[in-house]
Design a binder for this molecule. Structure first.
Ligand code: SF4
Ligand code: SF4
Length: 349
């Protein structure tokens, strides 16, 4: 047996993790709309806000989180700033929770950046798919989006807001990844995230043009030179963590979904019908938090203190939440990541 992966039944255990009675951080996918048309949009955003929770409902939910002593809200979408009341919601948080936002940043002018700083926004996570303007504009389906995103990043940094630039590793950027890391340094971002591609939303529909093999991904990652001023965040072996034990997310319509990357696979109940913490008690949610996995990579477990890698991609490719994560180089089990299971392309997955 390969010493780098073991069935969990052999008694392999991660560092003892606290059994949480609630998550530290909760992601609010505040809208399903976005003005861009990205080929790899996991939310499959359109410009139809029908069914989204109202301003009053989100405010009520934010108050519930404060009352329950949550610490951190992460807003994403869709594009949060495309929701007309988004700054009103941020003002409602009123520094009672740490706030981070995932955005395409094209709407962050210097006045907005200063308002965000004044409202206590701690960090922006900016989706920028490439260091090449043409590639970015093509992937977003929006001419000029690269220039405007870079301008948004510069405005945020000038206002004193920390910025992480987030890239999704794909066929469109893997040969030029060093330039992407260098761009983070040039812009003054202190963090750069290189993230895996998930078969969700439009990325699923465009999978054959975007997906890489595990070997191609490792080749792109292994040769990187990371400047001292920049922290590289990535999620491949040996940094493959199963973070389901602490994660929480709510969809634009109020469904508790555990994590944005589980958005197409789970539904733990709607926060307009029950308190969030009741959805946290859902049996499948508990199973995911218990890290019930069939096999785990010992090296990833040792570095991350968790078992089994990402549960979203394990489920996507194997149809079981307990299965191996095929993005782990030692635990891929012969899965060809170019080939998407047929079932994922059906509406009822
Ligand atoms: S910017 Fe983000 S939310 Fe908007 S279409 Fe692209 S991936 Fe989707
Ligand atoms: S689905 Fe993956 S990214 Fe999401 S919480 Fe679970 S392990 Fe983390």
């Amino acid at each position: 047996m390969n010493e780098l992966f073991r069935p969990q039944s052999e008694g392999l255990s991660a560092w003892p993790r606290p059994k949480l009675d609630k998550p530290f951080k909760l992601t609010i996918c505040v809208t399903q709309t976005c003005s861009m048309d990205c080929q790899l949009c996991y939310a499959d955003c359109k410009n139809d806000p029908t069914q989204e929770l109202s301003t009053a409902q989100w405010k009520q939910f934010i108050d519930e989180l404060v009352d329950d002593n949550f610490l951190h809200i992460f807003f994403e979408g869709g594009e949060p700033f495309d929701r007309p009341d988004f700054e009103e919601l941020l003002a409602h948080v009123n520094r009672r929770l740490y706030v981070a936002i995932r955005t395409h940043a094209i709407g962050i002018d210097s006045e907005r950046a200063q308002r965000l700083k004044n409202m206590g926004v701690g960090r922006l996570y900016v989706d920028l798919f490439s260091a090449e303007p043409d590639v970015q504009d093509d992937l977003t389906g929006t001419p000029g989006s690269y220039k405007r995103a870079v301008s948004g990043i510069e405005n945020a940094l000038a206002a004193g807001i920390k910025v992480t630039i987030l890239g999704i590793l794909s066929r469109r950027n893997h040969e030029n990844l060093q330039a992407y890391i260098n761009l983070a340094e040039e812009l003054g971002a202190d963090q750069v995230g290189v993230l895996r591609l998930y078969p969700l939303g439009r990325a699923k529909q465009n999978w054959s043009e975007l997906s890489l093999s595990v070997d191609q991904m490792m080749t792109a990652l292994n040769g990187l030179r990371v400047p001292e001023t920049v922290q590289l965040v990535q999620s491949w072996h040996p940094k493959d963590g199963n973070c389901c034990w602490q994660n929480a997310a709510v969809s634009p319509t109020g469904q508790s979904i555990g994590c944005p990357y589980l958005r197409e696979y789970v539904d733990f109940g709607n926060i307009t019908e029950k308190p969030f913490l009741d959805t946290w008690a859902h049996p499948l949610y508990q199973q995911l938090r218990d890290s019930d996995v069939e096999e785990t990579c010992t090296e990833c477990s040792a570095t991350q203190g968790t078992l089994g890698g990402c549960r979203s991609t394990a489920y996507a490719f194997h149809g079981r939440f307990t299965a191996s994560d095929p993005y782990c180089i030692h635990n891929n089990q012969g899965v060809d990541l170019h080939d998407l299971p047929e079932r994922l392309l059906r509406k009822d997955t």
